[in-house]
Design a protein around this ligand. Structure first.
Ligand code: COA
Length: 178
């Protein structure tokens, strides 16, 4: 159900972004760019290795992706996997798919990427998203600095969840925290 994507999957990835126009409006105040999927593969913080980026398609056994989860292994600390964005296309929401995909992601993060915690930033205006994460055991850790998204500026909460034993670090991440 989770498949790691490569640049050759950019068109499939773009189809998920395009189907989530409602979220683009909430976040950016405008549609996602027509090349947002291609750009996504290079979107890493300055100085962070591109190989620590993960983009997963959420897809049925046979068929096109119905969602994505992307994030960074080892950011902002070596034991943390930071979810950058999770999207389920509107007609598949509220049916348990997001929760199922998150369970699969957590298993991957623990067993393959060897991180012990997950963090993410949720827009304060995304109250439904905030409820989703809280129901999945994420708790408020700090407030992120306000940031510009398309035509909007957002305040965000950083949420976090511990998922495994201490001491695990992502092999792709730099040795010391930035
Ligand atoms: C947030 C999102 C990824 C959740 O995926 P989903 O498949 O809709 O979630 P699920 O169906 O697995 O719901 C899981 C739980 O969250 C609750 N939930 C989900 N969306 C909700 C909403 N809009 N309002 C209230 N509760 C909600 C469900 O009731 C369910 O509760 P339960 O575990 O008690 O049954 C999806 O709705 C989405 O893509 N939203 C738009 C983009 C977005 O906000 N992404 C998050 C950015 S931080």
């Amino acid at each position: 159900m989770l498949r790691l994507l490569t640049r050759s999957d950019s068109r499939l990835l773009q189809s998920v972004f395009d189907a989530c126009a409602d979220y683009a409006l909430l976040q950016d105040g405008q549609p996602f760019a027509p090349d947002v999927a291609q750009l996504e593969f290079d979107e890493v913080p300055a100085g962070f290795p591109a190989e620590a980026k993960r983009i997963f398609a959420i897809e049925p056994a046979h068929g096109l992706p119905v969602g994505i989860i992307e994030g960074l292994c080892g950011y902002p600390k070596p034991n943390i996997w930071f979810i950058g964005l999770m999207l389920i296309v509107p007609q598949y929401r509220r049916s348990g798919l997001g929760a199922l995909a998150l369970n699969k992601l957590e298993a991957h993060i623990l067993s393959v990427d060897s991180c012990s915690e997950i963090e993410l930033a949720v827009l304060k205006v995304n109250t439904a998203g905030l409820r989703f994460w809280e129901k999945r055991g994420f708790a408020l850790r700090r407030e992120a600095p306000a940031a510009a998204f398309g035509q909007k500026t957002h305040e965000r909460w950083v949420l976090g969840k511990r998922i495994g034993d201490a001491g695990l670090t992502c092999p792709a991440a730099p040795a010391s925290p930035r």
